[in-house]
Structure formats: structure tokens, C-alpha cells
Design a protein around this ligand. Structure first.
Ligand SMILES: CC(C)(COP(=O)(O)OP(=O)(O)OC[C@H]1O[C@@H](n2cnc3c(N)ncnc32)[C@H](O)[C@@H]1OP(=O)(O)O)[C@@H](O)C(=O)NCCC(=O)NCCS
Length: 252
């Protein structure tokens, strides 16, 4: 089989479609039809470059990161419960092993009406107010705050959105008097929680198999060093007191 470029000429590297941006390789099937294999890229779109080669794109690309994607994190609104449920389903579906379980137990995901009404849901949005992810916490009790849910849109994963949502949860929990944020992590998300500062405290059985109990210490020292270890990415808003193998995706 001969790999072809966007312009159907023989090539040994993908073409990059700058306005998406996406990497694409083309093939002719036995009937002569042109087949496209396309993978979205994490980089910033660059429509002016139109279509270029993979090597040229990488020599001059502008990577996307949380600074460019997250405009702010705000309280969820009562009329977006259904949209957040849909986001949670898309996000959960990235873990292949949970897909069948969730399909068999659709009640496991519900619109977070009550949590929104209680002000426990925070939503990360981009500059066009598109939802990128959200968090749900329990109220602070006895100096601890439980992170119930954390979901990022599949196409916005690995851009720092989850980290910013944890940062937001931690800041608000600390302001409300918590010393720890606790979470029961799926084994797949363990690496993420470790990267953002959580420590494992033990295993716990869940409805869908093994869960890992983890805690993030919010003491002044550990929190300060954790925050100082990376740039502050969120734009502060005056109205706020406090602050994969993804299928078909090419990770650069
Ligand atoms: C887990 C999840 C919230 C992470 O959000 P994200 O926005 O993709 O994560 P970030 O980009 O902020 O990642 C922060 C760090 O964790 C790392 N990381 C992210 N996901 C990871 C994973 N699954 N395993 C290991 N490390 C991971 C990132 O590489 C990054 O590391 P760095 O500091 O070295 O750059 C997101 O993948 C998700 O919504 N998954 C599906 C739902 C889910 O499992 N939620 C958790 C319920 S327990």
C-alpha cells in the first residue's frame, strides 16, 4: 500500500491540515477510492499555513496548553446539568475497559442537578465559553473535602485542564478550612492524580472494580511548593474571592 499526501502524491510522512489542525495520510483502496486516515493534533490551529508536511509543521508549530485553552473556571449553572452529564459520558468513554460497564449501567451517570444547586460544581471554559471539563466536590467536613467527579472533554485532555480544575478545588477547599482533598481514583487516573500532588492511602472496592483512595495535603508548605512548581495559568476574575492512548489521536 502506498501512503499518499493530501494532494494524492506519494509521500513518506503525513500531511498536516493547518486549520484543524490534524495530521492525515491517504491511501487508494483496490477500487481506486482515496481513503483518509486523520488524527487531530493538540497544537494551535494555523489556517494561514493551509496544508503542509508533518516535518514542516513540527519545525514551526505553536503548541496548545492550558493557558491558551482555559479562559476561566466558574460555578455550573442550573440549565447545564444535561450538558455536563453528556460531557461526563464522553469523558468516561475514553477508558475502554469502562465503556461496556457504563453502557450496561446508564444510571451510573446522572445530571448533577443537586450538586449544581448546592454550588458544588465548577466548570472550566475556553474563551468562547465552550465547556472543557468540570469538577464536583462534597462540602468540607472535619477538615476534609471529597472530590466526587472530575471530567475533561476527550479532545481537551492532556492540556492541563484537569490540573487547573484540581487547583481550583484545592484553593476553594483550603479557603473553606480543609486540610485535605480526598478522591477515590480509578486505576487509569492514578498517574494523573499523582502528577498533581495526590498520595495513595489505600485501595477501596467500588461498583466498577478497584478504586484507589488518594489524598492531597493542603497544608501551607506542601501547597505552596506544589503551586510554585508550575506557572499560575488561570486569569483571576474580580467577582471570585478564590480563585490517550486517546483513540485516533496523535500526541506530539
Ligand atoms: C483524568 C483526567 C481528569 C485528567 O485530565 P487532563 O486534563 O487530561 O490532565 P492534565 O492535562 O491536567 O494532566 C496533568 C498531568 O497529569 C498527567 N496525566 C494526565 N492523565 C494521565 C493519566 N491517565 N495517566 C498518567 N498521567 C496522566 C499529564 O501528562 C500531566 O503531566 P505533567 O504535569 O507531567 O505535564 C482526564 O483524563 C479525564 O477526564 N479522564 C476521564 C475521566 C476520569 O477518569 N476522571 C477521573 C475520575 S477518578
Amino acid at each position: 500500500m502506498t501512503p499518499l499526501s493530501f494532494y494524492a502524491t506519494e509521500t513518506n510522512e503525513p500531511s498536516v491540515i493547518g486549520w484543524m489542525p490534524a495530521a492525515a495520510v491517504y491511501f487508494r483502496d483496490p477500487d481506486g477510492h482515496l481513503l483518509e486516515y486523520l488524527a487531530m493534533l493538540f497544537d494551535q490551529p494555523d489556517p494561514e499555513r493551509r496544508v503542509t508536511t508533518w516535518s514542516d509543521w513540527n519545525a514551526n508549530r505553536t503548541p496548545r496548553n492550558a493557558t491558551s485553552v482555559v479562559e476561566r473556571i466558574r460555578d455550573a449553572l442550573p440549565d447545564e446539568a444535561a450538558a455536563l452529564e453528556a460531557l461526563q459520558r464522553r469523558s468516561s468513554d475514553v477508558w475502554e475497559e469502562y465503556r461496556a460497564q457504563l453502557a450496561a449501567n446508564p444510571d451510573a451517570i446522572e445530571p448533577p442537578h443537586q450538586a449544581i444547586a448546592e454550588g458544588r460544581v465548577r466548570v472550566a471554559v475556553d474563551a468562547s465559553q465552550r465547556r472543557l471539563g468540570f469538577s464536583v466536590v462534597q462540602p468540607v467536613e472535619a477538615g476534609r473535602c471529597e472530590l466526587d467527579d472530575l471530567f475533561v472533554e476527550p479532545e481537551s485532555m492532556r492540556l492541563g485542564v484537569g490540573r487547573l480544575l484540581v487547583d481550583d478545588v484545592a484553593s476553594r477547599a483550603a479557603a473553606a478550612g480543609a486540610a485535605y482533598v480526598d478522591v477515590i481514583a480509578k486505576p487509569n487516573a492514578l498517574g494523573f492524580y499523582e502528577r498533581v500532588g495526590f498520595e495513595t492511602t489505600g485501595d477501596v472496592p467500588t461498583r466498577f472494580g478497584r478504586g484507589v483512595r488518594m489524598s492531597l495535603g493542603l497544608s501551607r508548605t506542601s501547597r505552596a511548593s506544589w503551586l510554585d512548581s508550575r506557572p499560575r495559568l488561570l486569569k483571576e476574575r474580580p467577582e471570585r474571592a478564590s480563585i490517550g492512548s486517546h483513540q485516533g489521536r496523535m500526541v506530539t
